[in-house]
Design a binder for this molecule. Structure first.
Ligand code: ATP
Length: 333
């Protein structure tokens, strides 16, 4: 598998703050790489270093096998990027903003350029409002316009910092669909997010940043592979326990965890014993559990729990603005 982004010991200090601390990223061709981390964990700083917008204090960045920022002129035309609240001229329309952006690069005559702009406006769902001035756009529309700009050059690699920021659930679903579709047609996608559910739904590979350190990097399918146990749902959990004879590891209401990864075999035994079964599934860890375990392990090494309550404002899902941030230490409260 070809490596598209590789960093080695990448680090950035701002005075005494170690914003990024020895990060080894490994992003491969065809990945949708979800770069997860709480607010302030160093995602934006890392993304900026990938693009050569911020100089690393130490370590190396390679994109398409070329050293950044040295090879920026060769690398950047192959990359589409969207970083923190895309800038646009408010008095111009979305289409005019894109035309300016497009004119700054190569790419043929007027008709070709117009077609290209139509296409990206369509892709991000702004075709109907492309002629309205950007100052009348909602935050979500501006975010889409930023995405449209990133797509203009049909990039091989998309680097997106919190691409669904400011979008409503419908907009989030559309962006997810768009990125999945682009990925299917060959684009490698690197996206940063603090939304676990967003990454879980979309990513093929996950990296987790915790206070500047990469505490986890793996294929999503590996992280959430079956544990070897089966989740049995039954209105008679006591019946499940007695029938399965020592194989039950936990009971939570009607949800019973039975060791063994063959639901059909378990079902046959339960039905044979007259125990009603309303649900059967292989047990898999959620991404949330895996991430908290990885980040928790690094916390145990470095810090007390008390300060951690305040410091890790993870969000569980694609909630709307204003919902309560979920802290790592909040579980079970
Ligand atoms: P968010 O999701 O809130 O954008 P993030 O994970 O992208 O967070 P960064 O913006 O990379 O995190 O910030 C990481 C740390 O570096 C923070 O402590 C931040 O205050 C600090 N930092 C970032 N940029 C600068 C800067 N230009 N000067 C000083 N400190 C900075």
């Amino acid at each position: 598998m070809t490596t598209v982004i590789a960093t080695h010991g990448l680090a950035k200090r701002f005075g005494r703050v170690r914003a990024v601390d020895g990060v080894d990223l490994d992003v491969r061709a065809g990945d949708i790489y979800g770069f997860l981390g709480a607010n302030g964990s160093g995602k934006t700083t890392t993304v900026r270093m990938l693009l050569g917008l911020v100089l690393a204090t130490s370590g190396e960045v390679e994109v398409f096998g070329e050293r950044m920022p040295r090879a920026a002129r060769q690398v950047l035309p192959r990359v589409g990027a969207l970083i923190e609240g895309p800038a646009a001229y408010g008095h111009l329309s979305g289409r005019e903003n894109l035309a300016l952006l497009d004119a700054s690069g190569p790419g043929g005559g007027r008709r070709t350029r117009r077609r290209r702009i139509d296409e990206v406006l369509e892709q991000v769902g702004l075709a109907g409002v492309g002629r309205r001035p950007v100052k009348a756009y909602s935050l979500g529309m501006r975010q889409r316009l930023g995405l449209a700009g990133a797509l203009l050059r049909r990039p091989e690699l998309l680097i997106l910092d919190e691409p669904t920021n400011g979008l409503d659930p419908q907009g989030i679903a559309e962006v997810r669909e768009l990125l999945t579709e682009l990925n299917r047609s060959g684009t490698t996608v690197f996206l940063s997010s603090h939304l676990l559910a967003e990454v879980e739904q979309m990513a093929t590979r996950v990296g987790v940043l915790d206070r500047g350190r990469l505490v986890l990097q793996e294929q999503l399918a590996v992280l959430t592979a079956p544990t070897g146990s089966t989740v049995v749902t039954s209105p008679d959990p006591a019946g499940v326990r007695s029938t399965m004879n020592g194989r039950v590891s936990s009971v939570d209401g009607e949800r019973v965890i039975v060791s063994g990864g063959d639901p059909a075999e378990i079902n046959a035994q339960l039905v044979g014993a007259g125990v009603p079964v309303t649900g059967l599934a292989l047990e898999r860890p959620t991404l949330e559990a895996v991430v908290f375990a990885a980040a928790g392990a690094s916390t145990d090494r470095a810090e007390t729990k008390v300060s951690e309550h305040r410091r890790r404002p993870w969000r569980r899902g694609a909630e709307r603005a204003g919902s309560r941030p979920i802290n790592a230490g909040d579980e079970g409260e």
